[in-house]
Design a protein around this ligand. Structure first.
Ligand code: XMP
Length: 315
């Protein structure tokens, strides 16, 4: 039986032994990196520098909120706005694995720059078990390269420390609760962000569409679960399928993109079942998205695929 208090005690002490110089932590504001940063902060204090990268593929207002979190946690932090750089690097890139690798590599290069400036030698990452299990290695097939594993370049200059690598998400949440972190029940958000929620090229224009749609899905699903209409799913978001179909707006022909709504129940992300969201909730989401993104989006579909054979994210 997993004991979060014991895990916290053991991890702080092993981090103190393992990290012998300044360390950097990639801080996304999700449960994994927040738990990891809190433990490392307790272990090595100001020797730890948290770095948040705004890739341009974050959710609505997310980077501003993350900045505030780093302040509230009294972390020594750096905030890097690299959105323009990311958009440029992903220009014309359609293949999901290429997208993931480019994003992962860019993260590491940014961290290496900060590390050089701050004379940092260690990189602390919130990698958890499903991240590396599904990223392949040994006899395992690569299902997808999670950015914090598969995207790591061979010539990385920093020494990697991954205190959560044997934990599953439910265990990380238990640690978060035990540390009294507000993020303990936040839904997971992938490292490559909205870039893998856009099928094909992740242009800035498409990103704005999926950002808005994700925001609507999150708000409406949270509203429905607060009102006890549904049980809050494990993860819920929107995916942009940049395939245009014909519709009608008022008395005018429309020819817009498609948005898929994805909501799943899972225990550890290794498998999932799509959530049976009542039609009344889907209806509100559908209307809000098509009203907000008029002319750009005129078709909404609901994803009824489990994992396997699907995965949680579409790319
Ligand atoms: P999949 O799509 O592989 O997702 O079924 C399983 C869980 O992992 C999240 N995910 C990621 N998390 N870096 C992460 O930190 C990644 O590159 C990544 N890709 C997927 C996904 O959101 C789901 O919770």
């Amino acid at each position: 039986m997993f004991n979060p208090e014991k895990f916290i005690e053991k991890t702080i002490s092993s981090l103190q032994k393992e990290i012998k110089a300044k360390a950097l932590i990639a801080f996304s504001g999700g449960v994994d990196s927040t738990v990891c940063a809190t433990l490392a902060n307790k272990a090595i204090g100001k020797q730890l520098i948290a770095v948040h990268v705004n890739t341009g593929y974050m959710r609505k207002n997310e980077s501003e909120q993350v900045k505030k979190m780093m302040e509230d946690l009294s972390l020594n932090y750096r905030f890097v706005d690299a959105s323009k750089e990311y958009y440029l690097a992903l220009k014309g890139v359609e293949d999901p694995e290429n997208k993931r690798k480019i994003i992962g590599e860019k993260f590491i290069r940014i961290f290496e720059n900060v590390a050089r400036e701050e004379k940092i030698e260690y990189l602390v990452q919130g990698t958890i078990a499903p991240d590396w299990i599904e990223s392949g290695g040994g006899l395992r097939d690569t299902i997808k390269s999670h950015h914090n594993v598969g995207g790591l370049p061979q010539d990385m200059e920093l020494r990697l420390v991954e205190p959560l690598r044997d934990l599953y998400k439910d265990e990380v949440r238990k640690v978060a609760r035990s540390l009294r972190l507000q993020v303990s029940d936040r839904q997971p958000f992938p490292g490559p962000g909205l870039a893998i929620r856009i099928i094909g090229e992740a242009t800035p224009e498409r990103t704005e569409l999926v950002r808005e749609a994700c925001d609507i899905v999150e708000k409406e699903i949270e509203r429905a679960s607060d009102q006890k209409i549904i049980e809050r799913p494990w993860q819920y978001f929107a995916v942009l399928i940049p395939i245009r179909t014909v519709g009608v707006h008022g008395d005018k022909r429309a020819y817009g993109n498609t948005i898929a709504i994805r909501a799943v129940h899972s225990v550890d992300a290794m498998t999932c079942h799509y959530s049976m969201i009542p039609h009344e909730v889907i209806d509100v989401i559908s209307m809000k998205i098509t009203n907000t993104l008029k002319e750009k989006v005129n078709r909404i579909v609901y994803d009824v695929t489990n994992k396997p054979p699907g995965t949680v994210e579409w790319e």
